[in-house]
Design a protein around this ligand. Structure first.
Ligand code: FMN
Ligand code: SF4
Length: 411
């Protein structure tokens, strides 16, 4: 895992440590909750954890819940396998993550805040703890938040378990030491979160953007990237590329430019698609890379999604049906089992995927795939189920030839 050099003109704000540590926290604390959430609205900051929910609105919901005790949580669990964007962020810019979380806590009135990270991210954990200790020594957090009579205790919580822990309702249970499965929402964690109290849960990259936004102003952030969801995002490019690693990309950048920034195809490779969004992501064929922006709406339009920020380049030697079947099996194995349509539906999807991979599927399987994918999406309790059909659906859509067996009369 390494950071790739960004092409000229790409602003690096998540991976650039704040010029004056804690000055954004001071500014937000002085401005107060209403002005701070308005500033995030003006910047257009949306969550980087996958769903893209507006951050200012989420924090206002916590305040509006009107509880005596609130919490703030940074989600650095990074669910998907072989994705390390959060890890790199923690190692390179722990200051921005801790300061962003402190701003969240100060804004929603939390006296205790947590940074949930994978237990194996030992270097990141050390850096987070060093920033917290330094902030306590400097008297900006800890027993007194910036000299006020309010305390702000920030704790790092290393977690280990299934990929479902990254889902916020599971994360909050894991933080409370409980085994968990996703909860039906609403109510959202902003109303009923950690220990039942209103909780602002934000991805670490969402929080890391906030000191920069406060220092440079919302207009500077809005001027970067996609108009609907401005700013930058951490993207991990891997697979058949010349230079695998993490890039900080302006949102809305065409996929072709992201691929070029990773050096294009590896020597001897010919890329036929990018898998965008991790194991439940969508295949985007090369002919669509120039016209597909890396944004929520842009990726949705081609059947993919931002998800974990993973982009995997697929070489032409890879069988899309085989790869899609493997991904679907992984997603079925990871389903927590709480809801029957997901537990059984994702397993059936994996079986259909295997029939395609084995060359045994006929046209009836394509119809069953479409119907089952629609049923699964309709009944989903969490996005895991909703997104699991993506590799097979986009595979069939863009690589139909690979999914169509030789004329054999099967149906
Ligand atoms: C199955 C599943 C796994 C998830 N994994 C993560 C994760 O690893 N990190 C993360 O920040 N959000 C993850 N999310 C999204 C969180 O539930 C939540 O929306 C997010 O942490 C909110 O932060 P944001 O508003 O800053 O994006 C996951 C969601 C689902 C359904
Ligand atoms: S949709 Fe799937 S992963 Fe989500 S709660 Fe239900 S069984 Fe678990």
């Amino acid at each position: 895992m390494r950071q790739l050099a960004a092409p000229k003109g790409w602003t690096q704000l998540l991976l650039a440590a704040p010029a004056e540590p804690w000055s954004a926290l001071r500014a937000a604390f002085t401005a107060g909750p209403a002005a701070t959430t308005r500033l995030l609205d003006d910047a257009g900051l949306c969550g980087r954890g996958g769903a893209g929910f507006p951050t200012g609105e989420k924090w206002r919901a916590v305040i509006a819940a009107g509880a005596a005790v609130n919490y703030a949580v940074a989600n650095g669990y990074e669910s998907d396998p072989a994705v390390f964007t959060n890890r790199l962020l923690l190692e390179e810019n722990a200051q921005a993550v801790v300061e962003g979380l402190a701003i969240a806590a100060a804004t929603v009135g939390a006296r205790e805040a947590f940074i949930a990270v994978r237990a194996e991210y030992t270097d990141g954990i050390r850096r987070l703890e060093a920033v917290i200790a330094e902030g306590e020594r400097a008297g900006v957090i800890g027993a007194s938040l910036l000299g006020s009579d309010r305390e702000l205790i920030i704790r790092v919580r290393p977690l280990q378990g299934s990929s479902m822990i990254g889902e916020e309702t599971v994360l909050l249970k894991a933080l409370a030491g409980k085994r968990g499965q996703p909860e039906q929402t609403p109510p959202y964690p902003s109303e009923t979160g950690y220990l039942g109290a209103p909780t602002a849960v934000n991805n670490v990259a969402t929080l890391a953007a906030i000191p920069w936004i406060i220092a440079r102003g919302p207009a500077a952030f809005r001027a970067i990237g996609d108009t609907a969801q401005p700013g930058t995002a951490l993207v991990q490019v891997g697979g058949a590329v010349a230079n695998a690693g993490v890039l900080e990309v302006p949102t809305g950048t065409p996929l072709a430019e992201i691929l070029a920034a990773a050096g294009g195809a590896a020597k001897g490779a010919t890329i036929k698609a990018l898998l965008v969004g991790g194991p439940s992501g969508g295949f985007v064929p090369t002919q669509l890379l120039a016209s597909t922006p890396y944004s929520g709406a842009g990726l949705h339009g081609v059947g993919a999604h931002v998800g974990s920020g993973a982009i995997l380049a697929i070489d032409r030697s890879t069988s899309i049906p085989e790869f899609a079947a493997m991904l679907t099996r992984w997603c079925a194995d990871e389903a927590c089992g709480k809801t029957i349509p997901c537990r059984i539906g994702t397993r059936r999807l994996a079986e259909i995927g295997q029939r395609f991979a084995d060359g045994l599927a006929g046209p009836a399987d394509t119809v069953r795939l479409q119907e089952l994918a629609a049923d699964v999406a309709d009944s989903a309790l969490c996005d895991h189920e909703r997104l699991t059909p993506s590799p097979l659906l986009t595979g069939v859509r863009y690589f139909e030839g690979e999914f169509t067996p030789p004329a054999n009369g099967r149906s």
